[in-house]
Design a protein around this ligand. Structure first.
Ligand code: PEP
Length: 251
């Protein structure tokens, strides 16, 4: 039985006052939830989030890291620094970074292994564009992105991460994948892992992300290969995020 997980991706939306209000609403609101909850916050707020959330069930993580360890690299943040602030998770390969900051399968793989080496759980994102879906290339694209870690590091290492299917046409658009569309790709991902290791595939948590909201969450989470969600905009609103976490608990 795979444990459900909901991850909030705050992106570049935080402020000290806003974080405090949001966490002070989430902590009591999520007390009864049995699934796991993580918020991925901008670097400057780790200390604040750690102080507020450390005695709650909410874990926190980062939205990126630098693959290098202890080198001279201005502006970079290492895996060890994330660990120093109690982070448990880190998002790797988010489509916004792949598209706008030119991250590739290779650089995502390097970040992935840096996270694993530091004991962090990577939340590894994959997904196709609308053009790629329309061209019938969804499985090819997602398979290639998955292979960047599966072929390179093997199923035992991939077992230490959480995967997220985030179709680019659904992220930030108000056009979520239908439950059937998402299930089809989640099933494909699990099947591809099963070719290497059936046990790892069975236990792998695969999150759906892309315009999740309190109205569509239950139907998506009811799908057999969807193990929770990666939530952008609705993670900034306490009522919406709590409703999504409750939906995953019931799913
Ligand atoms: C995301 O950024 O990972 C995301 C899924 O965003 P949204 O929920 O806003 O579509």
């Amino acid at each position: 039985m795979r444990r459900k997980l909901v991850v909030g991706n705050w992106k570049m939306n935080s402020s000290k006052a806003g974080n405090k209000a949001l966490l002070e609403a989430l902590i009591p609101g999520l007390q009864q939830e049995t699934s796991d909850v993580v918020v991925c916050v901008p670097y400057p707020y780790f200390a604040q989030v750690q102080t507020i959330a450390q005695t709650s069930k909410i874990k926190w993580g980062a939205q990126n890291l630098c693959a290098n360890k202890n080198t001279a690299l201005t502006g970079a943040v290492s895996a060890a620094m994330l660990v120093d602030y109690g982070c448990s998770h880190v998002i790797i390969g988010h489509s916004e970074r792949r598209l706008q900051l030119h991250e590739t399968d290779d650089t995502a793989a390097a970040r992935f292994t840096a996270a694993i080496d530091a004991g962090l759980t990577p939340i590894f994102c994959m997904g196709e564009t609308k053009e790629e879906r329309d061209a019938g290339s969804t499985e090819y694209i997602v398979g290639r992105q998955l292979d960047a870690i599966l072929r390179r590091f093997g199923p035992e290492t991939v077992a230490k991460c959480v995967l997220a299917y985030e179709p680019l046409w659904a992220v930030g658009t108000d056009v979520p994948a239908t439950p059937d569309q998402a299930q089809e790709v989640h099933h494909y991902i699990r099947k591809r892992i099963a070719r290497c290791d059936e046990n790892v595939a069975e236990n792998m948590r695969i999150l759906y992300g892309g315009s999740l909201n309190p109205n569509n969450a239950a139907a998506l989470f009811a799908m057999p290969d969807i193990d929770g969600g990666l939530v952008g905009r609705c993670s900034l609103n306490a009522n919406d995020f709590i409703a999504i976490c409750k939906a995953v608990d019931e799913g």
